[in-house]
Ligand binder design. Structure first.
Ligand SMILES: [Zn+2]
Length: 142
């Protein structure tokens, strides 16, 4: 599991401060807070209803890009679809099995660069394919 209250950076070991995210965005956005590495500048946002709780690992620009690219491939399978939240949950479960990781750890914000790359390759492989449910309620792609 990831540290939801990081004190040291998962990328460089530098000291992490809990601060206003205006230092990143120029104005406060979302929860208004973030965890920021004072050494390498990696950061992570926090939950809006629980502003002390980090959303994932501190991320570098490459990790943020990887996360965005993964979402671009992943989200169209559920977003705006009937039963979107169920589909989203089931897709994360499917992805966790592809990655051989526990379902509760399967969030793009929890992934390091290597796992983001692995997830991206898996998601590329299902582009243009159709998502279906088998009789056991599990997702597969045709
Ligand atoms: Zn750092």
């Amino acid at each position: 599991m990831i540290d939801k209250y990081p004190k040291t950076c998962n990328l460089c070991g530098g000291a992490v401060v809990y601060t206003s995210n205006a230092v990143i965005y120029g104005q406060e956005y979302g929860s208004g807070r973030c965890y920021l590495c004072t050494k390498c500048g990696a950061f992570v946002g926090t939950h809006k209803p629980r502003p002390k709780e980090a959303l994932g690992l501190l991320a570098s620009p490459r990790m943020r890009k990887g996360k965005r690219l993964c979402h671009e491939l992943f989200d169209p399978f559920w977003r705006g679809k009937p039963k979107a939240q169920k589909k989203r949950r089931d897709l994360y479960l499917w992805l966790s099995k592809q990655l051989s990781i526990p379902w509760e750890d399967c969030h793009f914000g929890y992934f390091d660069l290597e796992r983001l790359r692995e997830a991206y390759r898996i998601l590329l492989n299902i582009q243009g394919r159709e998502m279906r449910y088998d009789s056991g309620g599990m997702i597969y792609f045709v």
